[in-house]
Ligand binder design. Structure first.
Ligand code: NAP
Length: 430
């Protein structure tokens, strides 16, 4: 007997799910052990042109009624956003249906509610497409690495910002010119806020940290800085250091293992680091685990067909579980580690200062770092006279001490301008 799938949403991702279900119907049936049949497709505007052929008889604007149908076995949510997606998923689970979703925003904001409903109703919840599109990442973390201890997950999880930073690096373009190009090519939305301010990456970081560290994390726990302040001068400064700037999502255990930090911000990484070679709109995630060592996951982080590939993989898994009368892994938060504040995160800074051309300037600047207990690894002077810039790179220190140092430097009369401040990451790997 066929397993019936209700699809909620038929946009960029949903239309490709329909196409793949149709084109690969025989293979999917063989892999699952029963045919998969589309029971209905909920949309907002039924008359809209779709990227694939959809039987008009399947379209409905009544998503609630579709989810409630007795003959539906699996609900696939690719609407996005918090509501009505959450209510529809909860209703599906209440009816004992398993759910596949690509909804990072919902899982990062209120994943606990959705996971609790899955557990209470004996339903599956699969969400491979929610982080880094086509790249298998959730299942490797949730299942393949379930026997290991993950120390750090560090990745490029937003294609739009990677495209912009890559253009700034390869052409010397400003942020706004690179953004304009990304918009013209369809890599950035007309309103790019969610991407360039780091909200999208922060949602993904929260989901990854929760799985990696078996602890509760929401988007609100993530320290977030976007890339709108990254200048061509920052990019040139990185280049001079043999580095490239990337927007990184970093989930890392503290040295004592009792807490972890979750953050999204631009950072310099050495060009020899595996993540430095991730160009254009690609995504990649670097995982460090106790026994597995260093792993890297790379590929297309978005797009209709790549994301639909991840959704289809989840549909097959959920369908197999359904037929076997079993379930996939539940939410795992047993470790209950605390998320430490950004100030306690240990980082390094690269700082460029426009300073007065006077004797004793370097000593006074160095003293400001020493007062916060931040030690300087290298100092370089660039230019002469009125154009002189001091470029300093620190050793590892608490982020709070580094921010206090920058604040102090801004207030010094000999510092005309703090030209650039950028965290430095990944030198232990490069
Ligand atoms: N696009 C990607 O590359 C990508 C990658 C990874 C994850 N995701 C995630 O996948 C999900 C879907 O993204 P998308 O890019 O496919 O979005 P999209 O193109 O905007 O499609 C959204 C779909 O939901 C439908 N919809 C909206 N409100 C609805 C409602 N109240 N009831 C029923 N249907 C409704 C829309 O109907 P109409 O078509 O009639 O307007 C549309 O078909 C999101 O959670 C997103 O974060 C997307």
């Amino acid at each position: 007997m066929a397993l019936k799938v209700a699809l909620l949403g038929c946009g960029v991702v949903g239309s490709q799910v329909i196409r793949l279900m149709r084109e690969q119907a025989d293979d999917l049936a063989a892999r699952v052990g029963a045919p998969l049949e589309l029971a209905g497709v909920a949309v907002r505007r039924p008359g809209r042109r779709r990227d694939t052929d959809v039987d008009p008889a399947l379209l409905t604007t009544d998503a609630e009624a579709l989810v409630a149908r007795d003959d539906v076995d699996i609900v696939v949510e690719v609407i996005g956003g918090i509501e009505p997606a959450r209510s529809l998923i909860l209703a599906a689970m209440k009816g004992g249906k398993s759910v596949v979703t690509a909804n990072k925003a919902l899982l990062a904001e209120d994943g606990a509610t959705v996971h609790a409903a899955a557990r209470a109703n004996g339903a599956d919840l699969y969400f491979e497409a929610a982080v880094a599109g086509a790249i298998p990442l959730i299942r490797p973390l949730r299942e393949s690495l379930a026997g290991d201890r993950v120390h750090r997950v560090m990745g490029i999880v937003n294609g739009t910002t990677n495209y912009i930073l890559d253009k700034m690096d390869s052409t010397g373009a400003s942020f706004s010119d690179a953004l304009e190009e990304a918009q013209a090519l369809g890599y950035a939305e007309a309103d790019p806020t969610a991407d360039v301010e780091g909200f999208d990456a922060a949602a993904k970081a929260a989901i990854l940290a929760k799985i990696a560290f078996h602890s509760r994390v929401t988007a609100a726990d993530v320290h977030r800085e976007g890339i709108t302040e990254v200048t061509a001068a920052d990019v040139a400064g990185a280049r001079a250091m043999g580095c490239v700037i990337k927007l990184l999502a970093i989930c890392a255990r503290s040295d004592d293992g009792r807490s972890f930090g979750v953050r999204v911000h631009p950072a310099m990484i050495p060009r020899s680091h595996p993540l430095a070679g991730v160009r254009e709109a690609y995504n990649a995630v670097f995982v460090e685990a106790e026994s597995a060592g260093r792993l890297m996951f790379y590929g297309a982080g978005a797009g209709g067909a790549p994301t639909a590939s991840a959704v289809l993989g989840d549909i097959v898994a959920v369908a197999r579980n359904h037929l076997a009368g079993t379930r996939g892994p539940e939410e795992s938060t047993y470790a209950d580690l605390a998320v430490h504040p950004m100030g306690e995160t240990v980082t390094r800074y690269h700082v460029s200062l426009d300073v007065a051309d006077k004797p004793g300037v370097l000593a006074r600047v160095a003293d400001m770092f020493a007062r916060q207990d931040v030690s300087i690894q290298t100092v370089r002077q660039e230019g002469h006279g009125d154009d002189a810039q001091l470029v300093l790179v620190t050793h590892r220190a608490d982020d709070a001490a580094l921010s206090a140092t920058i604040q102090g430097l801004r207030e010094m009369d000999i510092v005309r301008d703090v030209v650039s401040v950028m965290r430095v990451e990944g030198e232990d790997i490069a």
